[in-house]
Ligand binder design. Structure first.
Ligand code: PLP
Length: 415
């Protein structure tokens, strides 16, 4: 009698995913490219490149108010892309999705629109020590203009937000808590549900910077309970120069425009102009139409993959990385959060991060070195920077092995 056939679930087919990304198939400095700089920007699948190129080849026109066919097509594709983002984030309404040029622009929009119109002297904005500069500096600019204060939320030596310290900072002066979902410098996955629960005990708003999370797992902004969520297209297999602000309807309705110009008005007159409704109120000028269409193609692409399998694949890459790291004498992982997403930040004793980065590049391995736009965090950890390898859907166990061959070579050469 033959053995019963197990119910075989096909493994995540990384080789098939790799074939969708033409850039990966090349040699760098005589070696096959190993791209481990995904936290800075991800590569683009063929379907995204095609969507952008097809738009310019066949449909290019300015959006809204056009009476001709091309404008109609461009407007339809652009607004359809907004719907794709709304579905992707599980937004209740499509009007809650505002196009921006990226995460940075989205945070600036909230800081300058909501912040300038709401914050009073003595009010507080809490941001964590883990933040990217783009979730610190806009708040500092607005604080300087309003008399409000930006107060950092402590992080532990492991690189996690100290929730007890956060609870201790919360009082009625706190009007906004702005934190990232995943730290770009260390990979820490922040407990945003708990942070939101705590912030709501003092009725503070919460902005979640999802620049580093959306490529790794599905996000449901309504279930999360945040007030604002921001992300960049280029970290999600989409093009640069496009991103999203998602906001609560009542907040978006009440917020004043940030930039003035075409598209965001209802009627322009002297002396008074009236404004359009969200999302258009916040979208002055010709938008990045091709970018929005490219981002929608990227989201569709991601949607065609088994996202649970993607998560398991990326977790296996990180797990193997941490195993191999244990075997390298003098290697220190920077940040040891209990939950991390696809990022491995490290220092190699006796070497400078940029020397290690350059040596890895000579072997075809792309990593990032430096402070990762998180200078306060580096200061908190007492280091000038790190070497950062960040994984994505198309990385392989072979990539991990190549990274460690490179690290061993750096050790031999520099120490
Ligand atoms: N926030 C985080 C956590 C990031 O990792 C980045 C980019 O690295 C940003 C914000 C800024 O994103 P962008 O440069 O696309 O505006």
């Amino acid at each position: 009698m033959s053995a019963p056939v197990a119910n075989v679930v096909p493994a995540f087919d990384v080789e098939s995913v790799r074939r969708d990304f033409p850039i990966l198939d090349q040699q760098i400095n005589g070696h096959p490219l190993v791209y481990l700089d995904n936290a800075a920007t991800t590569q683009k699948p063929e379907c995204v490149i095609e969507a952008i190129s097809n738009y310019y080849r066949r449909d290019n026109a300015n959006v809204h108010r056009g009476v001709h066919t091309l404008s109609d097509r461009a407007t339809h594709a652009f607004e359809q892309a907004r719907q794709t983002v709304a579905n992707f984030l599980a937004s209740r309404r499509v009007e809650q999705v505002i196009w921006t040029s990226g995460t940075t622009a989205a945070i600036n929009l909230v800081a300058h629109s909501w912040g300038r119109s709401t914050l009073q002297p003595g009010d507080r904005v809490l941001v964590s020590w883990l933040e990217h500069h783009s979730n610190i500096v806009p708040w500092q600019l607005v604080a300087a203009a309003t008399g409000a204060e930006v107060v950092p939320i402590p992080v532990t030596d492991a690189g996690e937000i100290d929730l007890q310290a956060l609870a201790g900072l919360l009082d009625d002066r706190v009007k906004m808590v702005a934190v990232n979902h995943v730290s770009n410098a260390l990979g820490t996955v922040n407990p945003v549900a708990e942070i939101i629960r705590l912030a709501k005990t003092v009725d503070a708003l919460v902005l979640v910077d999802g620049a580093q999370s959306v490529a790794h797992w599905p996000v449901d902004v309504e279930a999360m309970g945040c007030d604002f969520f921001v992300m960049s297209g280029h970290k999600l297999f989409g093009p640069t120069g496009v991103g999203v602000l998602w906001g609560r309807e009542s907040l978006l309705d009440a917020m004043p425009p940030y930039m003035g110009g075409g598209e965001m008005i209802e009627r322009v007159a002297f002396p008074t102009t009236t404004f359009n409704v969200p999302p258009f109120k916040f979208e002055a000028g010709t938008p990045n139409i091709a970018g929005a269409i490219g981002l929608a193609a990227a989201i569709d692409y991601l949607g065609s993959l088994d996202r649970q399998a993607v998560m398991e694949h990326e977790a296996a890459l990180l797990a193997r990385t941490l195993e191999l790291a244990e075997e390298v004498e003098g290697l220190r992982r920077v940040g040891t959060p209990a939950h991390s997403a696809g990022i491995f930040s490290f220092l190699l004793e006796g070497t400078h991060p940029s020397d290690v980065g350059m040596l890895l590049d000579q072997q075809g391995i792309a990593v990032r070195t430096g402070h990762h736009c998180a200078q306060p965090l580096m200061e908190r950890l007492g280091i000038p920077g790190t070497v950062r390898a960040s994984y994505s859907i198309y990385n392989t166990q072979e990539d991990v092995s190549r990274l460690f061959e490179g690290i061993h070579k750096a050790k031999r050469l520099f120490t």
